[in-house]
Ligand binder design. Structure first.
Ligand SMILES: *[C@@H]1O[C@H](CO)[C@@H](O)[C@H](O)[C@H]1NC(C)=O
Ligand SMILES: *[C@@H]1O[C@H](CO)[C@@H](O)[C@H](O)[C@H]1NC(C)=O
Ligand SMILES: *[C@@H]1O[C@H](CO)[C@@H](O)[C@H](O)[C@H]1NC(C)=O
Ligand SMILES: *[C@@H]1O[C@H](CO)[C@@H](O)[C@H](O)[C@H]1NC(C)=O
Ligand SMILES: *[C@@H]1O[C@H](CO)[C@@H](O)[C@H](O)[C@H]1NC(C)=O
Ligand SMILES: *[C@@H]1O[C@H](CO)[C@@H](O)[C@H](O)[C@H]1NC(C)=O
Ligand SMILES: *[C@@H]1O[C@H](CO)[C@@H](O)[C@H](O)[C@H]1NC(C)=O
Ligand SMILES: *[C@@H]1O[C@H](CO)[C@@H](O)[C@H](O)[C@H]1NC(C)=O
Ligand SMILES: CC(=O)N[C@H]1CO[C@H](CO)[C@@H](O)[C@@H]1O
Length: 449
């Protein structure tokens, strides 16, 4: 809505009226007790993905995913050292198709557990990347409202918001480490997930946007831990508070499964606490936080060690306060602190040296690849020992096929913080409990759940 000028009292009155309308509307659709919102999570490399490039071969896709992985870990490492507004976005691997506005308009967002703000490209567009769904036009949404500079919401963005005067709009500016950026008005509108409408969601209505976008997505859905993150905002509407989880299926175009045409069910994201989040096989580890605002977005875990068979290697440097590892859905490989990685690699090499020929070629940067047309099955039992939670990986989590002949360890060394990447999370139900500050893992066949 273009609001050239309103007196403050008019704005305040409108806010009250709009809020009342929105809340009463929302209650019709609000989740009932026991309902959890379920969304498909589209991997960029599945044929149903709007980002799918059919002219790439399977192995090009793998190699691209690993390149994105390297870009992203580098952002995580630099964002730890640099300023709070140095955000890490570097593509990410999964998309969700949600809606924004009244009536709802399609919003295809990249799921980013490494940033907070949810934003979409908006009309009038002064600088935009190409996108497939029509641009969101605030003027066509009856529930859209621009936030003022004096609003509490505007203050939540601290350094990323600026105001020319108290009565002006709340202008935000986000620059990601990879050169991607969005600038626009911080606003409120209804976001619809499946059939659940969540009113007054703070989002960035971006009028100047650019960077590494692929032409289909409309923006980013930030699912970090910070105050403006989507999950922090919508917790009040969810069953069991600020809780989301996902279950990632093996990707048929990028995995051990050699059959591209075999349809496989989609990965799922759930908002709200699932009943299964405390079953017998569930393991749970605390989420750690730095006092440091620069990194309070990230989901830090403490990885105490890693076992290959019965041999355990401990990470002597594991930092109990802050955590030595970030769990992330947008990075493919898992990155271990260097010393831990070196010992892990030696143990894997030791366990497989009699069965497979090691090849020096190192397309992953993983440093350990084997020549084999067959999958490494059974592989050695690999267990990640998080504080209080032993996560037992399957061979399909531990190794990644690079081409018809080569299988590599799906792990790489990191010179800074580690990343628990999405490949190692496939076929686990991973639950993020922001209220209880825990992350839980439950082995699950995600293709049938
Ligand atoms: C989930 O738990 C809630 C509350 O304990 C209960 O009402 C609901 O029936 C449960 N749902 C399932 C599918 O078990
Ligand atoms: C798809 O991949 C081909 C081959 O690498 C490339 O030339 C083309 O630009 C890609 N298309 C898109 C939309 O990324
Ligand atoms: C997103 O959802 C809308 C509404 O359900 C649908 O019309 C559209 O085709 C979907 N887009 C993609 C790329 O899945
Ligand atoms: C905005 O308002 C605050 C207090 O309400 C005041 O301290 C500040 O000086 C005002 N700033 C401008 C630019 O008017
Ligand atoms: C691939 O999947 C198709 C359809 O499900 C099936 O007919 C075909 O036999 C499969 N090929 C292989 C090699 O598994
Ligand atoms: C465990 O360590 C011992 C001693 O270094 C070694 O002999 C054995 O092969 C290792 N087992 C595995 C599964 O790596
Ligand atoms: C892996 O662990 C399972 C039980 O968890 C055991 O039955 C199996 O023998 C182990 N495999 C190897 C190679 O040690
Ligand atoms: C989460 O915390 C609440 C209260 O702090 C507690 O009642 C509940 O049992 C906890 N849930 C889990 C799954 O730990
Ligand atoms: C940064 C930005 O695009 N701010 C815009 C917010 O909205 C007002 C009008 O609604 C524009 O004038 C600003 O340019």
């Amino acid at each position: 809505m273009a609001t050239p000028y309103h007196s403050l009292s008019t704005i305040a009155t409108s806010i009250v009226i709009i809020s009342l309308l929105v809340i009463s509307h929302a209650q019709d659709n609000a989740p009932h007790h026991g309902d959890v919102i379920s969304l498909n999570m589209i991997h960029r490399d599945t044929p149903s993905s709007p980002l799918y490039n059919s002219s790439l071969t399977k192995w090009q896709r793998v190699s691209n995913a690993l390149r994105r992985s390297r870009d992203r870990i580098n952002r995580f490492i630099s964002s730890e050292d640099e300023s709070p507004d140095h955000l890490i976005y570097s593509q990410g691997e999964y998309l969700v198709n949600i809606s924004i506005g009244t009536p709802p308009r399609t919003f295809i967002g990249i799921v980013d557990t490494g940033s907070d703000l949810i934003w979409t490209q908006c009309m009038p567009c002064r600088e935009c990347f190409e996108q497939n769904p029509p641009l969101f036009d605030p003027a066509s949404s009856s529930t859209y409202r621009e936030l003022s500079c004096m609003s509490n919401e505007c203050h939540l963005l601290s350094g990323a918001a600026s105001c020319s005067s108290n009565s002006s709009s709340c202008d935000y500016q986000y620059s990601y480490g990879d050169g991607s950026h969005t600038t626009g008005n911080l606003s409120l509108d209804t976001v619809t997930l499946d059939s659940t409408s969540i009113p007054n969601t703070i989002f960035g209505c971006g009028h100047h946007n650019g960077g590494v976008f692929s032409g289909i997505e409309s923006g980013i859905v930030g699912l970090g831990r910070g105050a403006v993150s989507f999950i922090s905002q919508i917790g009040a509407y969810l069953v069991g508070g600020k809780y989301f989880s996902y279950c990632l299926v093996p990707n048929p175009t990028m995995s051990f499964l050699s059959n591209n045409s075999n349809p496989i069910s989609s990965s799922k994201m759930y908002f709200g606490r699932l009943n299964t989040s405390s079953g017998p096989e569930v393991v749970t580890t605390p989420l750690l936080s730095t006092g440091d605002s620069a990194t309070q977005t990230f989901y830090y875990l403490e990885l105490q060690g890693i076992s290959v068979g019965d041999n355990i290697t401990l990470d002597a440097d594991a930092k109990a306060v802050k955590g030595n590892m970030i769990i992330d859905s947008g990075t493919t490989l898992t990155y271990l602190p260097e010393l831990l990685y070196d010992r892990f690699k030696s143990a894997i090499r030791e366990a497989l040296k009699d069965r497979y020929l090691e090849v020096k070629q190192d397309p992953t940067g993983s440093g350990l690849c084997f020549l084999t047309k067959y999958d490494i099955l059974p592989g050695p039992n690999v267990t990640l020992h998080f504080n209080g939670a032993d996560v037992k990986l399957k061979s399909t989590n531990t190794f990644i096929r690079m081409d018809d002949e080569t299988v590599c360890l799906a792990f790489s060394p990191s010179s800074g913080v580690g990343i628990y990447g999405n490949w190692a999370q496939i076929n686990y139900l991973v639950g993020y409990d922001l209220d209880n500050k825990t992350v839980s893992f439950q082995p699950t066949d995600c293709t049938t759940s």
